[in-house]
Unconditional design. Sequence first.
Length: 256
Amino acid sequence: MRVSRPGSLRWRLLAGAAVWIVLALSAASFILSNLFEDHVRRRFDAELMAQLDQLVANVDVDANGKLILRNALADPRFDRPLSGLYWQVMDDKGAVLRSRSLWDGVVGIARDTLAVGEIHRHRVGGPGGQNLLVVERSIVLPDAPAPLRLLVAADERELLVTLAAFNAPLRLSLGVLALVLIAAALVQVEVGLRPLRRLREELAAVTERLAASTATLAQHRETLQARRDAMERVETELRTRQDDLRKAQADAFAAG
């Protein structure tokens, strides 16, 4: 395979194909990554909502008017300290119930206005420097003196790890695909330009033959010109001799 110099047709075609391949696959990577992230975030939110529904279903007031959790939530991470999954129940004074996973901490969120049954979502700092995604709902229990705010929070790191586990092989795969497509484009350009290269070689051969023919014609022309000059000199010499002969004859006739 011949090495193309910058500016040649082969180099321009290959460079153009490589640019379009890289741009197309970069756009595909961006779109796929964002679609997957949107899917993962919606699934993550749906799981938090399912956990919040369990919490709402199990919060109650006992015979003494004390808030209790009738049944533990199904996910064992709520019982493991700093596991990254937490629940919390708050009244107008602060947290009154919380999961064991919070240990001695609380999930601090802004006390914004939250209508009964309304869902709010927050991103806040959590225990151990975690970044928490929070879903929150306000409910009213029949025997509770005031509305309660219930929340479930999860460490965003789990979501980010999932995204990284998807994006790394995606980018690697698209990078390998880009190299394969560029190599295919190189082969296609080489094969596509092969007839043009043959035509160029044939034109070069014709040009060389024409140049050789032109040189030969020039030599023949010079030869013919030299012969014509020689003939002209002979003719001139013959005329001179004829003139001398006539003059000599005339002088001889006058003398006789």
